[in-house]
Write a protein of this length. Structure first.
Length: 285
């Protein structure tokens, strides 16, 4: 079909070019209706303590004991990039905290984890985990993969996530995204996402779409940027948010922070987060 495979595009060393009872489920649904998403899925939960502990341990170990280059998916933004980790490189982002203010109320999550494994052929295994200390439970969990088959001045690919069961009642979901990244002279990058989701873990079932765009500059160890993000669930108003972000490189670690402001009544008024990211090569090329 094609006579030549495009070369694998690696990341810049400075970073990415991703309850148990009925009352808890209703609270969870209310948070999602306020647009509290952080990269393709959010505020989902999982009831498997062994898996929860294992993923948390891996993420923290990578951050505090490792590490060389840096990371994906694309904190502090909700959207992601159309690139993958180097083959057999484990990437980890640890969200130290995310704060949300809406209608006079404050909510927070900590820690938040994004742990991914780069594979050959421009593929990546992705995972997400978030913990809600005020509720004493996991608030989000998802597993999936990213594939970027087209690479040039514009990268095009897709990401698919399995939304894991959130309660003893079962149920699951899926989220699929089309991704694109455009590079202008190696200094300015634009990332665009278009996603659809179906979530049968909550009652009523949620289905809808998301779209996001990020523009960012590479200025040495600094990467300032801005994002606009919209989400709509069936029967609900559009959640529209926008705001700036900043990625700063400190050796083998990135520190990332961002703030989003709600532009519609349905969206959270203000959401801010702080992340640390790094990566660990598991095998030499």
């Amino acid at each position: 079909m094609t006579s030549r495979q495009p070369p694998h595009r690696t990341r810049d060393p400075c970073g990415d070019l991703k309850d148990q009872d009925g009352a808890g489920i209703r609270d969870h649904a209310d948070r999602r209706r306020r647009g509290l998403d952080a990269s393709p899925s959010s505020w989902r939960e999982r009831g498997d303590p062994a898996v929860k502990t294992g993923v948390l341990g891996v993420g923290l170990a990578v951050v505090f004991f490792g590490i060389t280059s840096l990371a994906r998916a694309f904190p502090p933004y909700r959207s992601t990039d159309a690139e993958t980790a180097d083959p057999w490189t484990l990437e980890a982002r640890v969200g130290l905290i995310r704060l949300e203010h809406h209608a006079g109320q404050n909510e927070y999550a900590s820690p938040l984890l994004r742990v991914n494994l780069g594979l050959p052929h421009r593929m990546e295994l992705v995972s997400e985990l978030e913990y809600l200390p005020s509720d004493g439970r996991v608030g989000d969990a998802a597993l999936g993969f990213k594939w970027i088959p087209f690479l040039d001045g514009v990268s095009i690919g897709m990401e698919a996530l399995a939304l894991l069961p959130v309660s003893g009642k079962g149920g699951a979901g899926v989220e699929s995204s089309l991704l694109a990244t455009y590079r202008a002279g190696g200094v300015f990058l634009t990332h665009v996402n278009l996603a659809g989701f179906y979530d049968a873990r909550l009652s009523p079932v949620e289905r809808g779409w998301k779209v996001g765009a990020i523009g960012e500059f590479r200025l040495g160890r600094f990467r300032p940027g801005a994002e606009i993000f919209a989400k709509r669930m069936s029967g609900d108003a559009v959640h529209l948010l926008a705001g700036p972000g900043l990625i700063v490189r400190f050796g083998s670690i990135d520190v990332r922070s961002g703030i989003h402001f709600g532009l519609t009544a349905a969206a959270a008024d203000v959401t801010t987060s702080l992340w640390v990211t790094t990566a660990l090569p598991l095998a030499r090329p």
